[in-house]
Ligand binder design. Structure first.
Ligand code: ADP
Ligand code: MG
Length: 367
């Protein structure tokens, strides 16, 4: 399963030239407002036409301007979810979901009940949209899109109209969709926290061009690619190992299968074995040249300096801790005081409360 996008579009005040490929999983289109994210979504959906372009989804050519192929919108089998749920107000949730089914061609695809279960909306089926929370409405909109049996799901800032609590509520469902529905997703966002949590691959757009692309951990460590560089950090694919209710902490191991790293974070309502992309902002990581003693921070991780990069008055240090790479942001003066150099042994210190920032699941979520 791959998606290939290579499009060029010229408007009076804006030109866009974007090429990327994505595999299954969730690909984030990330960039500041006006960088062209929605335009790319419109081009993939067929809602806008590029001057030149080729778009292939899972071997099916949807657009090839050189060969004169332009599959119309309704034949593309692409599901779209926007900032607003756009449900039909006079229909129940069940009828809204069935409305999605109307657009599916042929048999097969998930049942309405399976989709309702996946998205946690089974109890809402007879309700009307007006009585639902914003997060619930968005889950219904996602369900409606899924029932049309799309080959690709496009989501354009689906959480940006929701408050923090509603975002936290819906994120686990998008993770399940990514992991269980087997459907590739292109997801637009300008939030580092959201991208870190959800994306496997990130394509960074800047003024209609691709500024960088790659695996989420590699891209989000690059301060130069992030609109607000101070938000750079590492993303670790961790697994919930267990909980200690007495101390109010959850232990995570990772990243990936190696599981060399252990991190204690404020209690998460996720079952042991659940995987989780954990964002660790560079500004929340301290470095010490010796193992600190008499320190309240829970997580002290021995490692080695992998690279150093100066950025204004700051110094960004990549620290290899086993398989994981953590990013630390220090002042240049501190980096100098510590005598940091490539290969030097260091201890990375992470406050466990720091790990609660950035849309990690709150303790109230049960899924
Ligand atoms: P983003 O989704 O990243 O915020 P958009 O793709 O919406 O960015 O917009 C990219 C640029 O194209 C912006 O400069 C915007 O003003 C312009 N633009 C968007 N839609 C249109 C349109 N229909 N006609 C002309 N210009 C547009
Ligand atoms: Mg947009």
């Amino acid at each position: 399963m791959t998606i290939e996008v290579d499009v060029a579009l010229r408007r009076e005040t804006f030109s866009l030239e974007v090429a990327f490929t994505a595999d299954a999983g969730l690909t984030a289109l990330f960039g500041r407002s006006g960088s062209g994210k929605t335009t790319v979504i419109d081009l993939i959906a067929g809602l806008a036409q590029p001057q030149r372009g080729r778009i292939v989804v899972d071997g099916t050519v949807l657009l090839d301007t050189e060969k004169g192929v332009r599959v119309p919108v309704h034949r593309r089998r692409i599901g779209c979810v926007f900032q607003e749920a756009r449900l039909l107000p006079h229909l129940s949730v069940r009828q809204n979901l069935r409305f999605g089914r109307l657009f599916s061609r042929g048999a097969g695809g998930p049942s309405l009940d399976a989709v309702a279960d996946l998205l946690g909306i089974a109890a809402l089926l007879e309700r009307r949209p007006a009585g639902l929370s914003g997060g619930e409405r968005q889950r219904v909109a996602i369900g409606r899109a899924l029932l049309a049996r799309p080959r690709l799901l496009l989501m354009d800032e689906p959480l940006s109209a929701l408050d923090e609590a509603r975002k936290r509520e819906i994120l686990p469902y998008i993770e399940r969709l990514r992991d269980e529905a087997g459907l590739p997703i292109v997801y637009v966002s300008h939030s580092v926290a959201e991208v870190a949590r959800l994306a496997s691959t990130v394509v960074v757009l800047d003024a209609g061009r691709v500024a960088g692309q790659g695996p989420v951990d590699a891209v989000l460590r690059r301060a130069d690619l992030i609109p607000d560089g101070a938000e750079a950090g590492s993303v670790l694919a961790m697994t919930v190992e267990g909980h200690d209710a007495a101390s109010g902490l959850t232990r995570l191991t990772g990243p990936g299968e190696g599981r060399g790293l252990r991190l204690d974070v404020p209690l998460l309502a996720l079952p042991p074995g659940r995987r989780l992309n954990l964002r660790l902002p560079a500004r929340d990581v301290l470095l010490a040249t010796e193992a600190p003693r008499g320190l309240s921070a829970r997580n002290v991780l021995p490692g080695r300096v992998a690279s150093l990069r100066e950025e204004g008055a700051a110094c960004l240090v990549e620290v290899a801790c086993g398989e994981a790479i953590l990013l630390a942001r220090l002042t240049r003066a501190s980096a100098l005081d510590l005598g940091l150099a490539e290969g030097a042994p260091v201890h990375a210190i992470v406050k466990s409360v720091a790990l609660d920032a950035g849309l990690t699941p709150g303790a109230r979520i049960e899924i």
